[in-house]
Ligand binder design. Structure first.
Ligand code: RB5
Length: 149
């Protein structure tokens, strides 16, 4: 499958079950899901998992990434430290659409202790089904990239 339909998933221990539910949901929609774990419920460290998923996106191996932890905040911060990553935490579908349409986000972060499964799947759908609008928004994303450079 082409990288344009490949999506990487990762989480810490707080979000294993929700991550697996999202993986099944996306696979049913035809996504080539690269679930890089972890699978063990043992306590683990979200920065490593955020960075590992982000590397898959930054390298071009995966078009998009979804990361999860208890709040979605810590793993989002780690993912955003990888060059080329624009990752936003969402707890509503409007933001999930907007981070694609206006910010060209290539990663979504979710808080498994914040939102329920139904809302999480709606957010995932909003994120994966929205395209970047470009235009004036591209100018602003370019400005983010300049800061990063
Ligand atoms: C783990 O207890 C928790 O701190 C982590 O999942 C996340 O919420 C951090 O941002």
């Amino acid at each position: 499958m082409t990288p344009s339909k490949r999506i990487v998933l990762s989480s810490d221990h707080a979000a294993i079950s929700l991550r697996q539910t999202i993986a099944d949901h996306l696979a049913k929609q035809g996504w080539d899901v690269v679930d890089i774990g972890p699978t063990s419920p043992e306590s683990t460290h979200y920065p490593k998992h955020g960075a590992d998923a982000a590397q898959r996106v930054a390298s071009g191996d995966c078009a998009l990434g979804i990361v999860l932890c208890g709040t979605g905040q810590g793993i989002m911060m780690a993912a955003n430290k990888v060059k080329g990553i624009r990752c936003g935490v969402c707890a509503d579908t409007f933001s999930a659409r907007m981070i694609r349409a206006h910010n060209n986000a290539n990663m979504l972060s979710l808080g498994a202790r914040v939102i329920g499964e139904g809302l999480a799947l709606d957010i995932v759908d909003a994120f994966t089904r929205t395209e970047f609008e470009g235009g004036r928004h591209a100018t602003r994303v370019d400005m983010i990239n300049e800061i990063e450079a």
